[in-house]
Design a binder for this molecule. Structure first.
Ligand code: ADP
Length: 273
């Protein structure tokens, strides 16, 4: 999308109907809350959430991640965090775990001693836990909090949109994903909930030729632009398929990975008030 179009995109203000909103803990002060969504699983939504937080932290912002993917939590693994990193104070308040560079993280897997123990709960229980992550955890001062949403348009995304003061969403897709109507569903849900759509990120967009460095668009080029145009939202970034990123995210090293491909976030993140 052209520079001119990017600048013209002004997300609408936060909706006025706040009756279902959950209050944060008095010790929590969050500047902006950004939800990262996808139409389906496996497109790299969690990796993009993690790398967005890494990017924001590198810009000097106080940054946090609320892992709302309660049944498939991957944030602790990406940052090398575990049960032992969660803290409680003398009054019994829970504090998020902190990564090496100071990104605050709250996730269901930080509450489980065994990383691969399944969470087999019905939607309302999961939604309750999520509200507790927001209301009962002492997050302290945070400039940007990123919420890793579960994929799709089910119960938990609905809870997040209704209970948390989401300032906007970022939609993650892959080139294969774009041919379907699935991106449209995720975007449509946000629109129905009056949540501003900040932009789209195309993940696994291309591979870089190891010999000449040229991008190879395995699934075709230009679809992301077309969808972004159709939905009237900016295309924030195109992320290549990179084995170094897989290794970093899957081995607790997300903080040390390259993330300049997300520089477009600077244009769309709502300013701090
Ligand atoms: P989702 O949250 O959408 O289910 P994940 O972020 O867990 O997806 O990503 C699924 C897998 O793909 C992970 O192993 C992750 O490391 C890998 N992955 C995601 N994005 C990329 C990328 N751009 N290049 C290489 N591997 C990636």
């Amino acid at each position: 999308m052209s520079e001119e179009k990017k600048k013209k995109h002004v997300p609408p203000p936060r909706p006025k109907n706040d009756s279902l909103k959950a209050d944060p803990h008095p010790g929590t002060h969050v500047g902006r809350l950004i939800a990262v969504v996808s139409g389906k699983g496996g497109v790299g939504k969690s990796s993009v959430t993690a790398m967005s937080a890494v990017w924001a932290r590198r810009q000097g912002y106080q940054t946090a991640i609320l892992d709302a993917d309660v049944t498939g939590p991957s944030m602790p693994r990406m940052f090398g965090l575990s049960y032992a990193d969660l803290r409680a104070d003398e009054e019994g308040n829970m504090h998020p775990a902190e990564t090496v560079t100071g990104i605050k993280v709250m996730s269901m897997n930080l509450m489980m001693k065994q990383e691969d123990a399944p969470v087999i709960w019905r939607g309302p229980v999961i939604s309750g836990v999520l509200k507790q992550f927001w209301s009962e955890v002492v997050w302290g001062n945070v400039d940007y909090m990123f919420v890793d949403m579960p994929p799709g348009t089910g119960d938990v995304p609905l809870t997040v949109f209704q209970s948390l003061p989401v300032d906007g969403i970022i939609v993650v897709t892959t080139p294969q994903d774009l041919v379907s109507m699935i991106v449209g569903k995720a975007v449509g849900m946000a629109r129905l909930m009056n949540v501003p759509i900040l932009g789209m990120i195309e993940n696994m967009s291309y591979v870089t030729c190891p010999h000449c460095g040229e991008p190879i668009y395995l699934f075709g080029q230009g679809r992301a632009e077309a969808i972004a145009e159709r939905e009237g939202v900016p295309l924030i970034a195109r992320i290549p398929m990179d084995p170094a990123l897989t290794a970093a995210c899957d081995n607790g090293q997300a903080e040390y990975a390259e993330c300049a491909f997300l520089d477009g976030l600077a244009d769309i993140l709502p300013p701090l008030s």
